[in-house]
Design a protein around this ligand. Structure first.
Ligand code: ATP
Length: 326
């Protein structure tokens, strides 16, 4: 039995590591890729996970596979491309730790994921199937991703989708919207950032945009990440906002993915994953906000996933802090 299976990009993030002696930036090699970050977090917290991905047959690919293995992620469905190298992304950080990316993949091995690399048996054994839109940006990985998602859907799996819109990776804007809409339409659990929500709906008002998105695509649980502000939810028509925690953010890379890992982790702890009350989702997001905040304290995505003990301690400290104030 697999709790969460994910498909998509597994790549190297080069995070800024300070100026070199000649004053030019230096970069440190960090394992990443949004769906990979989600399963790495869940694996670290003891859940059974599996990743479908493609890397290059090179030292970057080796590093990625060994990192996921260290996080107890099943890597038997990760294939290596002999010709196309592992995809690289360079990260730029502003003064608040907010990140932007530039991808080096024309193509990169992540895009070479093929339908033949997908195996139905694994998908049949999972509870949640997670994907994003980076693997939908081109062929053959687009066909492979849809093939896997359709198999998961046919086998009545819970579908989780985080579009992670990266406009620069798409050649055609309409095609991008069409692919993301298809993802939103099949998913039971959707996470989008505030910017993505406005972009996808063309609506500026947060609540209106949330209603529009979840009603148009019949999304049972929609979560919006709001950076340091926290997060919002729309669950079967009910909406709410959960404030975030104040921390000194160093690098927000992966905060959204590890936050989402925490949401999935907590849903997996329930007998019926999708039978949620509003009070449940409030609690889930309070914890996920803490996990997201903790992930911003270190550089890189996977290296900054907090342990269960670190999360518990942070929550205890902040609860006491809140009680002291009242
Ligand atoms: P990505 O696009 O990288 O997947 P995202 O934009 O969806 O990420 P963020 O909003 O950056 O995700 O972060 C996810 C969650 O982590 C937020 O909802 C919040 O709870 C927490 N978080 C992020 N940045 C900060 C910060 N600077 N301070 C405190 N909490 C933060």
């Amino acid at each position: 039995e697999i709790d969460v299976m994910a498909i998509g990009e597994l790549l190297i993030d080069f995070s800024p590591a300070g100026p070199s002696l000649n004053k030019r930036p230096t970069f440190e090699q960090n394992p990443g890729g949004a769906p990979a970050n989600v399963v790495a977090a869940l694996g670290k917290w003891g859940r059974a996970t599996s990743m479908i991905a493609r890397v290059g047959e090179d030292f970057f690919g080796e590093d990625l596979i060994s990192t996921l293995k260290e996080h107890h992620v099943d890597c038997s469905l990760i294939t290596k491309d002999k010709k196309i190298p592992t995809t690289l992304a360079f990260v730029n950080l502003d003064d608040n730790g907010n990140r932007s990316f530039r991808f080096y993949r024309k193509p990169g091995a992540d895009l070479m994921l093929h339908k033949d690399n997908i195996e139905e048996t694994g998908i049949k054994r999972c509870k949640i199937f997670h994907f994003g839109s980076v693997s939908l940006t081109g062929e053959p990985s687009r066909e492979a991703t849809w093939h896997a998602v359709e198999l998961a859907k046919e086998n009545a799996k819970i579908i989780s989708f985080d579009p992670n819109v990266r406009e620069l990776l798409w050649e055609d804007h309409d095609e991008m919207k069409e692919q993301i809409i298809r993802g939103l339409s099949v998913a039971d659990l959707v996470k989008v950032s505030e910017e993505e929500l406005h972009f996808l709906t063309g609506e500026d008002m947060l609540e209106k945009a949330m209603t529009l998105l979840s009603e148009t695509y019949s999304i049972p649980l929609l979560i919006i990440t709001l950076g340091a502000e926290g997060s919002s939810y729309r669950l079967y028509g009910k909406m709410g906002f959960i404030p975030g925690y104040k921390v000194r953010a160093l690098d927000t890379t992966g905060a959204g993915d590890v936050f989402w890992g925490s949401v999935l982790y907590q849903l997996l702890g329930r007998a019926k994953l999708l039978e949620l009350q509003e009070t449940d989702i409030v609690q889930i997001l309070q914890t996920a906000n803490a996990v997201g905040a903790l992930t911003t304290l270190k550089k890189g995505a996977i290296p900054s996933i907090p342990t269960i003990d670190e999360i518990d301690l942070f929550l205890r400290q902040h609860r006491t802090h809140m009680e002291d104030k009242t």
